[in-house]
Write a protein that binds this ligand. Structure first.
Ligand SMILES: Nc1ncnc2c1ncn2[C@@H]1O[C@H](COP(=O)(O)OP(=O)(O)OP(=O)(O)O)[C@@H](O)[C@H]1O
Ligand SMILES: [Mg+2]
Length: 191
C-alpha cells in the first residue's frame, strides 16, 4: 500500500509536467464526518476534454517514455479501497484540480506518510515554482506558502538545504499540533 504522501508527490509531478507555476495542496480531515480529502490544484496547461475521460485509465498516458500512466489510476484505486472516490476537473489553458476523498478511519485507508519530507523535497526540488500547502483538522489549520517564504528568506534561495530542513520540521510539528491523522485510528490500536 502506497502512503498518501507518495500519491501526492505523483500528482504534483503531473502538475509540474504540465508547466504549472503554482501548485496548491489542500488536505482536510474531519473526524465527525469520518472523511479525509486531498486536493491538488495547479495552473498548468490543463487536460483537453477528450483526454479527461480517460486520465484515470491505467493504459492512458501522454508520456512518450512508456505506454502506461499509473499516477491517477493508482490514486483512484487507493480511494476506492477506503470507500472514497477520485475526481479530476480541468480546463485547457487554465489548470487542473484533482480531488481524492477517503474514509478517514477505514481499515484500508493508506497512511498519510511523511508530509514534511514530501513537501520539503517538492519545494526544494522546484525552486522556480510556488507551492501552497494547507492542512485542516476539524477547524484547526496549518499553512505553508512559498510566496510568503520568499519574502521572509530574502537572499536565501528555496533550494538551500536549510530551507528543506525548515520546511520538513515546520510541517512535522505543525501537523502534530493540529492532530493530523497519520494512520486510521483502528490501525493505531493494532500497532
Ligand atoms: N495536472 C495535470 N495537468 C495536465 N495533464 C495532466 C495532469 N495530470 C494528469 N494529466 C494527464 O493525464 C495523464 C495520466 O496521468 P498519470 O499520472 O495517471 O500518468 P502519467 O503521468 O502519464 O504517468 P506516471 O504517473 O505513471 O508517471 C498524463 O499523461 C497527462 O496527460
Ligand atoms: Mg503521473
Amino acid at each position: 500500500m502506497q502512503e498518501l504522501s507518495m500519491h501526492i508527490l505523483d500528482i504534483v509531478q503531473n502538475s509540474l509536467a504540465a508547466g504549472a507555476t503554482l501548485v496548491e495542496i489542500r488536505i482536510r480531515e474531519s473526524l465527525a464526518e469520518d472523511i479525509l480529502m486531498i486536493e491538488v490544484q495547479d495552473n498548468g496547461r490543463g487536460i483537453p476534454q477528450e483526454v479527461l475521460n480517460r486520465v484515470m485509465d491505467p493504459f492512458f498516458t501522454s508520456r512518450i517514455t512508456r505506454e502506461t500512466g499509473l499516477g491517477l489510476s493508482l490514486l483512484k484505486e487507493a480511494t476506492e479501497l477506503s470507500g472514497g472516490c477520485l475526481k479530476v476537473q480541468s480546463e485547457e489553458g487554465r489548470g487542473t484540480r484533482v480531488m481524492a476523498c477517503f474514509q478517514l478511519d477505514h481499515f484500508d485507508r493508506a497512511p498519510l506518510g511523511d508530509m514534511g519530507e514530501t513537501v520539503g523535497v517538492i519545494i526544494s526540488g522546484n525552486p522556480a515554482v510556488d507551492f501552497f500547502y494547507e492542512h485542516q483538522v476539524d477547524g484547526q489549520i496549518y499553512v505553508l506558502d512559498t510566496r510568503e517564504m520568499r519574502n521572509i528568506l530574502g537572499p536565501i534561495k528555496l533550494e538551500d538545504p536549510l530551507v528543506l530542513d525548515f520546511v520538513r520540521q515546520d510541517i512535522q510539528t505543525g501537523l502534530k499540533k493540529i492532530g493530523a491523522a497519520t494512520f486510521p485510528k483502528v490501525m493505531e490500536v493494532l500497532r
